[in-house]
Design a protein around this ligand. Structure first.
Ligand code: HOZ
Length: 427
C-alpha cells in the first residue's frame, strides 16, 4: 500500500512542478522523496503519520528560536488582528529597522524586501548604478538566491540538482558574472586584472552555507576588503544565512570586516517571508524614492513578517549565542568521536550553530573540494538518520542548523543515532 507521503506526492506532482515549491525540498539527491510535514513545535517536525523528527533544517535557517515560539506566535496573531497588509508605511517597520541597525552597527540604513533573492538582486542593481559598471564577481558554490545574475556556478538546490548554470539565463547576463574561487585571493586578483574598471560588485556568503558549510580564512576576507576598496568595487556580504545566526552582529562582526552592502533574510523574519538590504547612507539613499535606483514591493515590510522578525530579534542576546555554541560544540564532539572510532573519512565543518558533515578526506576550502565528497555515502547516511527520526537537509551541499529549542538530550540522542547509523553504513 502506498504511504501517505507517496499519495501526497503523486497528487502534488500533477499540479506543482516536481511536487514541491522549492527544489531543495525534493530529496532526489538522497535517493528519496519529500516528506509532507503537518506541524512543527520547538525542535520537532511532525509528518502526517504523527511521526516526530528532531529538526536540523529549521526552515533552512530562520527558526533560531525553534518552531512556533510562544512569543513569536503571539506577535503574529496580535499583528494579524490589526490587519494583514496595508501597503502603507508603518511604525513597526521603523522599529525593525532600528533594531537591525542597532544589532549590526556597520549598517546605516535598511530597506525591507520580501526574500533574500530580492535583497541580493537589489544590491547588485544598486552597485551597478553607483559604479556605472556592469560586471559582478561571485564565488563558485555560493548561492545568492535565484535572480539570473547569480545562477552561475551557484550552490544550494542549483548545485544539488546539477544545474548551477540554469537554462533560461541568457549568455549576456551570465557573461557579466565572473567566477572566482573561495579562499583564493589570487583568483580574484586575476579577474580584476582582466577586467579593469568593469567590475561593479563582488558578492559572497562570508561563510558559505550553500555548498555544505565552508568557513573563510580571515586573511582572505581582509584581502577582499582591501582589494575591492582599492578598485572601487562594491563589496556585498550576503548574510541571508549568517546574519544573526553565527553571531549577534553576523559574520561581518565575527571576522571584523565592514562590507559596503549587506543582504539579510531568514532570521530577521522569524519564520515569515522577509529580506533586507542595508549599508552606508551614501549608497542606500540612491534607492527610490530617495534616489533613482528602482526597487519596490506590494508586501514589503508586511506587518506580520515585521512583527515576527522584531520579536525574534528582541529575544537574541549573547546568552543565546553561548547556548547555541555549547549545543553545537557538543554535537560536533560526539560525531567526531563516532567517526574517528570507525575510521571513516570526513570533514566536520562548523561555525556556531551552522554545520556540515562532508564525507571526504580532503579539507574543504572551496567548491572544488566540496565536489570530492562521497554523495552516495551521504545519501545512505541521510536516509538512515531520517528513518531514526532526525531531519537534516537532504543534500550534501547544504548546512544544518541548531536552534534554541534543541535540548542537550536532543543532541545526545542525535549522537547515539549517528553512531548506530555510521556503524551500519560502514558495514
Ligand atoms: N538558502 C536556502 C537553502 N540553502 C534556500 C532554501 C530554498 O531554496 O528553498
Amino acid at each position: 500500500m502506498a504511504s501517505l507521503n507517496q499519495v501526497f506526492l503523486q497528487t502534488a506532482k500533477e499540479i506543482i512542478p516536481g511536487g514541491v515549491n522549492s527544489p531543495v525540498r525534493a530529496f532526489g539527491s538522497v535517493g528519496s522523496t519529500p516528506i509532507f510535514m503537518k506541524k512543527a513545535k520547538g525542535a520537532r517536525l511532525y509528518d502526517h503519520d504523527d511521526k516526530a523528527y528532531i529538526d536540523y533544517v529549521g526552515s533552512w535557517g530562520p527558526m533560531i528560536l525553534g518552531h512556533a515560539h510562544d512569543d513569536v506566535t503571539k506577535a503574529i496573531i496580535d499583528s494579524a488582528t490589526l490587519g494583514t497588509s496595508f501597503g502603507t508605511a508603518t511604525t513597526a517597520e521603523i522599529d525593525l529597522a532600528k533594531r537591525v541597525l542597532e544589532m549590526m552597527p556597520n549598517l546605516e540604513m535598511l530597506r525591507l524586501v520580501n526574500s533574500g533573492t530580492e535583497a541580493t538582486m537589489t544590491a547588485l542593481r544598486l552597485a551597478r548604478a553607483a559604479t556605472s559598471r556592469n560586471k559582478l564577481i561571485k564565488f563558485a558554490g555560493c548561492y545568492h538566491g535565484h535572480a539570473d545574475s547569480f545562477l552561475v556556478k551557484a550552490g544550494s538546490g542549483a548545485l544539488t540538482l546539477g544545474v548551477p548554470n540554469s537554462p533560461g539565463v541568457t549568455d549576456s547576463t551570465a557573461g557579466d558574472t565572473l567566477i572566482a574561487d573561495f579562499n583564493d585571493i589570487e583568483s580574484v586578483k586575476k579577474l580584476i586584472d582582466q577586467h579593469p574598471d568593469e567590475i561593479a560588485a563582488l558578492i559572497l556568503e562570508p561563510i558559505i552555507g550553500n555548498a555544505g558549510l565552508i568557513p573563510p580564512n580571515k586573511e582572505f576576507l581582509i584581502e577582499l576588503r582591501a582589494i575591492t576598496e582599492e578598485h572601487g568595487i562594491i563589496l556585498i556580504f550576503d548574510e541571508v544565512m549568517t546574519g544573526f545566526r553565527v553571531d549577534i552582529a553576523g559574520a561581518q562582526s565575527l571576522y571584523g570586516i565592514i562590507p559596503d552592502l549587506t543582504t539579510l533574510g531568514k532570521v530577521i523574519g522569524g519564520g515569515l517571508p522577509i529580506g533586507a538590504l542595508g549599508g552606508k547612507k551614501t549608497l542606500m539613499n540612491q534607492l527610490a524614492p530617495a534616489g533613482p535606483v528602482y526597487q519596490a514591493g506590494t508586501l514589503s515590510g508586511n506587518p506580520l513578517a515585521v512583527a515576527a522578525g522584531l520579536t525574534t530579534l528582541n529575544l537574541l542576546n549573547t546568552d543565546v549565542y553561548q547556548k547555541l555554541e555549547k549545543l553545537a560544540a557538543r554535537l560536533e564532539e560526539g560525531i567526531r568521536e563516532n567517526l574517528g572510532d570507525l575510521g571513516l573519512s570526513f570533514q566536520y565543518q562548523r561555525v556556531g550553530s551552522m554545520g556540515c558533515l562532508f564525507f571526504t578526506n580532503r579539507a574543504v576550502q572551496n567548491f572544488d573540494d566540496a565536489m570530492t565528497c562521497d554523495t552516495d555515502m551521504f545519501a545512505r547516511y541521510y536516509q538512515a538518520m531520517l528513518s531514526e527520526g532526525f531531519y537534516f537537509p537532504p543534500s550534501q551541499f547544504e548546512a544544518f542548523f541548531i536552534s534554541m529549542a534543541h535540548t542537550s538530550e536532543d543532541i545526545e540522542r542525535t549522537i547515539i543515532a549517528n553512531k548506530k547509523v555510521l556503524r551500519t553504513i560502514r558495514s
